[in-house]
Design a protein around this ligand. Structure first.
Ligand SMILES: C[S@@+](CC[C@H](N)C(=O)[O-])C[C@H]1O[C@@H](n2cnc3c(N)ncnc32)[C@H](O)[C@@H]1O
Length: 279
């Protein structure tokens, strides 16, 4: 077999090894890899095999079996799909703005406010949330507001924490936000997120399948385009855990191709792929 990118036979991913890799990934992360993803997996893993001086997936699977813990991070970082954008699904941010205003209008103001971006990838989602927060609430109103941004993939979290983005990727920011929340473009064509936005966010590594260390209820959870890679059973368990850690009436945002039909009955529809936790 010759592969367009060269080195072909050497890095062939046979069915047996693909099955092993997909079982490994699904048990550790929930991500399900159907057969048609074999070529994608091969392509994404070759760099790791090269770094280890291996040219056969059989040897790599043996290594994974012998020492799963130390290799897990590399497999996860290579395989996860991290596509994201600033203000993806703009209607979610319109709904979020309304919710923040509603909470701020309560007697005593919004008080403690916790928003979770679960599966935050390279940070565009939590920064969009934090910009909305800073734009909607006064400094006094957001004194106890925090955005928790988590992902299983340590390489995307490193990039997110840097808060530095290409001018091209910031095109979708609402008018005025770019000037207000991003610095000046440097010679390489990159801009940095303003401190008042960064300070609202805490980035942490978290595997959604493992226990969650957070205490207290969330007001809003974004988990968009993450569970879409999981099987139904894992999706149901995950959404049930979200319902448990959302305050009654709190909002859950899902990706544009996701829904709670057949997944949970603990939510009401609040908008397009947006849900409100039932009391
Ligand atoms: C396609 S991105 C979605 C980014 C963002 N939420 C959005 O919608 O633009 C999916 C992210 O989910 C993360 N992910 C996948 N499985 C995970 C798991 N078990 N625990 C935590 N994060 C996971 C991936 O690393 C990836 O960064």
């Amino acid at each position: 077999m010759t592969h367009p990118h060269g080195n072909d036979e050497l890095f062939a991913l046979r069915s047996k090894e693909f099955k092993f890799l997909s079982a490994f990934l699904s048990s550790h992360t929930g991500i399900v890899l159907p057969d048609n993803k074999r070529e994608m997996v091969r392509g994404r893993m070759v760099k790791r095999l090269r770094a280890l001086g291996l040219d056969d997936f059989k040897d790599y699977c043996a290594l994974l079996e012998a020492d799963p813990e130390s290799e897990l991070e590399h497999v996860v970082n290579a395989i996860t799909t991290n596509i994201t954008q600033f203000f993806r699904e703009p209607h979610h941010f319109t709904l979020l703005t309304g919710e923040l205003k509603r909470l701020a209008a309560r007697p005593g103001g919004p008080g403690r406010l916790r928003i979770w971006s679960a599966g935050c990838s390279t940070g565009e989602e939590p920064y969009s949330i934090a910009m909305t927060l800073v734009d909607t609430l006064s400094p006094a109103q957001r004194r106890d507001a925090l955005v928790l941004a988590t992902d299983i993939d340590t390489s995307v979290l490193d990039r997110a924490a840097r808060g530095r983005y290409s001018a091209q990727s910031t095109q979708r920011l609402p008018p005025g936000y770019r000037r207000r929340f991003l610095g000046v473009e440097d010679e390489e064509g990159y801009l940095e997120i303003a401190e008042e936005v960064r300070e609202c966010i805490r980035f942490r590594r978290l595997n959604l399948l493992e226990p969650w260390p957070m205490k207290g209820l969330f007001d809003v959870i974004f988990c968009r385009n993450v569970a879409i890679y999981f099987d139904k059973k894992t999706q149901r368990a995950l959404v049930d855990r979200y319902a448990n850690c959302l305050r009654p009436g709190g909002l859950l945002f899902l990706g544009h191709a996701e829904s709670l039909i057949g997944v949970s009955e603990r939510f009401d529809v609040a908008g397009k792929t947006a849900y409100r936790r039932l009391p």
